[in-house]
Design a protein around this ligand. Structure first.
Ligand code: ASP
Length: 338
């Protein structure tokens, strides 16, 4: 029988209303089980591992990502697939981080959650959980159909490191702006094989070190030198620069000089676009030519979530700045199109 491990980290899916305060708080897995009697009817051997404490995903951090990866490593041989129940708020960050941590993944890691708690009548939790389990269990010629870290939500399966949380109110909470969906659930489960990663030939390798010493600089017309210097002159090792359009910035001399100085002091700068769709194309306009010349790294069409976690991951592996720059500009887990 197919064996699936459900890892419960928290999130709205398992929350209940605290009658004293009226706010949603995490609750244990037992009440999820009670609300989904269908789990017993699935023809899988299910096991559950519950985090302690159970978290609202706003409290996730790289140490917890590492715990998740270590748990998967420990249980990897025993199970055919993994379903991680997780809050939707930072689910795309966790999915991206896991994709980088788990090299040569050959089994499905499906993250899911819900917009309404599982105990509510109109909940989206049941469908998300049951279909995520089905996806984690699906095989083709004895091998996992989706050997990837992915997110299943509202009838669609996304590559984790291509996903973003897009809506805080609709059941359609996620989107994958720059990569097609991997599967869709209707009457049948349709897998789009051309977009799904191939089975690796090498065995799984797990990397759990992160360096989170990065800063983010989001540009807007009129940004002050004070706001820019707060990041460029700070003690961070790398800066994610969120730019306009295809990677453009102001050409004001003080601004360009602040980036040059940051690079001269050994900081890496990665240029990603504020647009949800499309890619950075350094050198296309005069307003990005200088950035390219001074050695700013292109994030191409990476999401913010993938950029931040990839950077933390690469910096945690002890690579030189030149190596990190090279890996940032190429796809290592299907996270970008260069
Ligand atoms: N605040 C919740 C969380 O991310 C939201 C959710 O689960 O959808 O944990």
């Amino acid at each position: 029988m197919t064996k699936i491990l459900i890892i419960y980290t928290g999130g709205t899916i398992g929350m209940v209303n605290d009658p004293k305060t009226g706010v949603l708080i995490p609750f244990d897995f037992k009440q999820i089980q009670q609300n989904v009697p269908e789990l017993a009817r699935l023809n899988y051997d299910l096991d559950v591992y519950s985090f302690d404490p159970i978290l609202d995903s706003s409290n996730m951090d790289p140490l917890i990502w590492a715990d998740l990866a270590k748990l998967i490593q420990e249980k990897y041989e025993e199970f055919d697939g993994f379903v991680i129940l997780h809050g939707s708020d930072t689910m795309s960050f966790t999915a991206s981080a896991l994709s980088f941590m788990l090299e040569n993944l050959s089994k499905p890691i499906v993250l899911t959650g819900s917009q309404l708690p599982i105990g509510e009548i109109r909940t989206d939790a049941k469908e998300n959980l049951i279909t995520a389990l089905e996806i984690a269990a699906t095989k083709k010629q004895g091998k996992a159909m989706v050997p990837e870290v992915c997110i299943y939500f509202d009838y669609q399966l996304f590559r984790g490191n291509r996903s973003i949380k897009y809506n805080s109110e609709k059941f359609e909470a996620f989107r994958s702006p720059n990569y097609p969906i991997l599967a869709e659930a209707g009457v049948n489960l349709s897998f789009y094989k051309n977009y799904i990663s191939r089975q690796p030939v090498e065995p799984l390798k797990v990397h759990t070190n992160f360096n989170a010493n990065i800063g983010v600089l989001k540009l807007y017309p009129g940004i002050s030198a004070q706001a820019v210097y707060a990041i460029t002159k700070s003690g961070v090792d790398a800066i994610v620069l969120e730019t306009f359009g295809s990677g453009n910035t102001t050409t004001a001399a003080w601004f360009i000089e602040s980036l040059r100085e940051a690079i001269a002091s050994n900081k890496l700068i990665i240029d990603i676009t504020q647009c949800q769709r499309g890619s950075v194309a350094l050198g296309k306009y005069e307003t990005s030519k200088q950035l390219q010349q001074m050695g700013i790294i292109s994030g191409y069409d990476m999401t913010f979530e993938a950029t931040v976690t990839k950077l933390m991951y690469l910096m945690g592996q002890g690579y030189s700045n030149a190596e990190i720059a090279r890996f940032m500009e190429q796809s290592i887990r299907g996270e970008l199109t260069a």
